[in-house]
Design a protein around this ligand. Structure first.
Ligand SMILES: Cc1ncc(COP(=O)(O)O)c(C=O)c1O
Length: 440
């Protein structure tokens, strides 16, 4: 069926209500710093820094320059059997800022690919060590680990799974999510209660026997489900249980890596070191698609056995370690360092928290949550139309206030730039408030 907007018909948009969108399309044609330009020439403030991607702002001149230079110098080079200098440099740079002991880096093109790569590495690791029985994978309810079959299976967001329910990969279980609005609504930062929810992993170890479990994957702060910061001490407890049972712990840091929590990795902020870290987004500031899976020495070393002329991991993508993406990554890392981006993010956290929590007494708001520069304002759903308040907020912010505001159903998700201007940030919350005041 035609959308009534023939120009857009060929284009099937991801995670979007296509027919609704095509009736009144919101099309971006340019960007600079903290602003987008739409096709009618309006300048829009971006409260989501891309899609959690563009922490240092759009079209950063240093990253643009590096990409332009690289594409003219080496546009592509396969990384099976030969490789390129930029991929080597970026692997060194990223592992150089990773937690101690995480010294190896496998490149992908997205968060979803990073997750599926990490799950395969976990399975291969146990097999290489003679524990091929460890095949079970554990995710968490409400987790988001991308849209490929592995990540979707360990993920726990129902609408993403329900159509594919019979085709999810076998041998996957989920621990409970950590959201407890009755006990923790309007908490600033980490909820005090709930560390015991990590013990749910013990339940699955008892059910399957821990010796059959390969890995547990969690987002240190659950993002796409609507920002769920973990309870105090929860991640430490998960680490302990994994250690007791020989299970690998995977942190999916596709959102949290590279400054979103004011540190290089969430692992640093929580002082919990996993065995594998998945990344993407902030690796290149979103400029060129790229992901990276970072692994502990012991995991890498387990693969480096057998005849030296044999491939150790039968896995990789045509664009793993793409030189232009790697150049964007290198420039991004340099900007993080030169401009003290993680420190800037850290310095903005309290201001962001205060602005978010000023919504606590708004008539539609039932919860406000935040950690680092990740924040959520959750509105009560309308009885007859769940998601409508969130959707209207997004559209009104775009059309009436020149702001891009992301909603997941009735929860507004905020991901400010890591180098936000505090006044601009405040103005953006004022714009959101004006819109919320108009909602039924
Ligand atoms: C935690 C997490 N993992 C994986 C992904 C998937 O990343 P991509 O959309 O690049 O495949 C996302 C995307 O938002 C994410 O937030």
């Amino acid at each position: 069926m035609s959308s009534g907007n023939d120009k857009l018909d060929a284009y099937w948009m991801p995670f979007t209500a296509n027919r609704d969108f095509k009736m009144n399309p919101r099309v971006i044609t340019g960007a600079s710093g903290h602003y987008y330009t739409s096709q009618d020439g309006s300048k829009l403030y971006d409260t989501f820094s891309g899609l959690w991607t563009s922490g240092v702002g759009h079209c950063h001149p240093k990253i643009v320059e590096a990409v332009q230079k690289q594409v003219a110098e080496l546009d592509y080079c396969m990384t099976f059997q030969v490789t390129n200098n930029k991929a080597i440099e970026l692997a060194e740079k990223v592992t150089g800022i990773a937690p101690e002991g995480i010294d190896h880096c496998f490149f992908t093109n997205s968060g979803s690919e990073s997750v599926d790569t990490a799950l395969k590495i976990a399975l291969g690791y146990h097999r290489a060590r003679g524990e091929g029985n460890r095949t079970r994978l554990i995710g968490r309810e409400r987790g988001y680990h991308g849209v490929n079959f592995g990540g979707m299976s360990v993920g726990g967001i129902v609408p993403n799974r329900k159509v594919f329910s019979a085709n999810l990969i076998p041998g996957v279980d989920h621990i409970r999510h950590t959201h407890d609005i009755k006990r923790s609504a309007f908490t600033r930062g980490l909820p005090e209660q709930g560390a015991e929810l990590a013990d749910d992993l013990e339940r699955l170890c008892a059910l399957h026997d821990g010796s059959n479990i390969a890995a547990v994957i969690v987002e240190p702060v659950a993002g796409s489900t609507g920002i769920l910061p973990p309870p105090v001490a929860y991640l430490k407890r998960l680490r302990e249980i994994c250690d007791q049972h020989g299970i690998l712990l995977i942190f999916d840091e596709v959102i949290t890596a590279f400054g979103r929590l004011g540190t290089a990795f969430a692992a640093d902020r929580f002082d919990v070191t996993p065995d594998i870290i998945t990344t993407a987004k902030g690796l290149t500031n979103g400029v060129i698609p790229m992901g990276a899976v970072l692994v502990r020495d012991s995991v890498y070393d387990a693969f480096m056995q057998g005849p030296e002329n044999m491939i150790e991991l039968f896995h990789g993508y045509t664009y793993s370690g793409h030189p232009v993406a790697a150049a964007a990554g290198l420039a991004t890392m340099q900007v993080y360092e030169d401009e003290g981006i993680f420190e800037q993010a850290n310095g903005l956290e309290m201001h962001f928290e205060d602005l978010l929590h000023s919504f606590a007494d708004h008539k539609h708001v039932i919860d406000v949550r935040n950690f680092g520069l990740m924040g959520a304002i959750e509105m009560a759903p309308r009885d007859d139309a769940p998601g409508a308040r969130g959707g209207e907020t997004h559209k009104k912010c775009f059309w009436d206030e020149n702001h891009i505001v992301r909603n997941g159903m009735d929860t507004l998700q905020l991901s400010p730039f890591l180098n936000s201007d505090p006044d601009e940030m405040e103005q953006s919350f004022n714009a959101i408030r004006r819109v919320l005041d108009t909602l039924e």
